[in-house]
Design a protein around this ligand. Sequence first.
Ligand code: NAD
Length: 433
Amino acid sequence: MERISVLGTGYVGLVTGSCFAYLGHKVICLDINEEKIKKLKKGEIPIYEPQLDRILAVAIESNNIEFTTDYDYAIKNSDFIFIAVGTPSAPDGSADLSFVSQALKTIASYITENDFKIIVNKSTVPVGTGRWASALVTDELLKKGVREAEKHFCIVSNPEFLREGKAVEDFMNPDRIVIGSDNKDIALKTASLYSTLNPPMIITNLPTAEMIKYASNAFLATKISFINEMANLSEKIGADIEIVSKGMGLDKRIGPYFLKAGLGFGGSCFPKDVKALIHTSKKYSIDPTILEAVIKVNEQQKIKPIEILKKANVNLDKARVALWGLAFKPDTDDIREAASLNIISELLNYNATIYAYDPIVKDIPIKDKRINIVSDKYKALENTDILILVTEWEEFKNVEFKRFKDKIVIDGRNIWEKNILKKYAKACFSIGR
Ligand code: NAD
């Protein structure tokens, strides 16, 4: 069993650290956010992620996990150092590597001539970052007088593919583990951390590993924008996108996944990763035609409910609107780039009043007295004329349809039978049906 530290205790870092500890490794989870670490030390989990409590309880019980803000302690007591810090979008769409750079510099400041540390990057970083990281750490070590710097560390890329809401399940049953390094032995050593999971392994060089992550996310985002464009056409010509998707998905060359029409993709990954790949493509003089279209379609799709209402001549001025779902997808508390935020901003332009309900999200970054976050889905319906279903949480699937009487209902994720909606709602719309 290996000694691992994980830097960053967000969705990726906390799941990775907890799961490695559950598998028997000795893990130190570190964050610069003292509040998070305080909570974790008390056994409180700062994010909503199904099954994480169970895994973490086992890890704590077996004394395999510790939480700290002390870099010195974490680096000294680990051989593998995983970086799982954020890489948000910079204003120009590129990946902001300042958290990664900070983490690398701090790691370097604690590496001595007696050490050999394997620095594994799990954050999603542009192609070329691994080698840049290697140069950066080398420089930092040389600056502080560590001789033969490159003999004291090795950079590995191990991109993460977990889905929020299913993160533990994904960690434990990965479709594949990708390990990239310029040192094959170190790559194999890193791969062995996962050996009990027996996953398909891709061992490759640094840029290839980094590219696999971006190409995967960009392809999934492309599937979503593609099906949404097909949905918009289906709507016009009287086709039903749900059946179109089913018919397409049965073709083994296409597959059934990520062909669900709706209000587009959000979250902390797809939008920023596609934008970062566009930025990288331009840097290398490659015209990212497809990727730019993927983003454009998605931006329009997120505010599709507004377009639907305008086309139906619904007066949005000072409208009272219920929103069901704020999270960017079900089973997470993450609202980064969520369609709900775009819809709310649009509605506020019409001076609408919003009554929003989400099973988990109780706070959003847009602060406005016209936004009311309520504690019950039916409460959100009181005194409103329009309902927009934004996130397909399970609890929205079986509802008392009689509550939709006198409401204009937009099913943004096609979760309800259209015929049932028609029977109960004053007017109803969905996506591509
Ligand atoms: P997050 O924002 O939830 O967590 C990042 C954490 O890193 C924060 O707690 C922050 O305080 C901490 N941090 C920042 N700088 C630090 C430093 N110098 N040292 C230690 N901790 C530091 O981010 P996330 O969603 O877990 O994503 C992390 C990375 O993984 C990103 O690159 C993301 O693109 C990638 N990723 C995310 C997902 C996902 O579903 N969230 C999936 C795959 C890959």
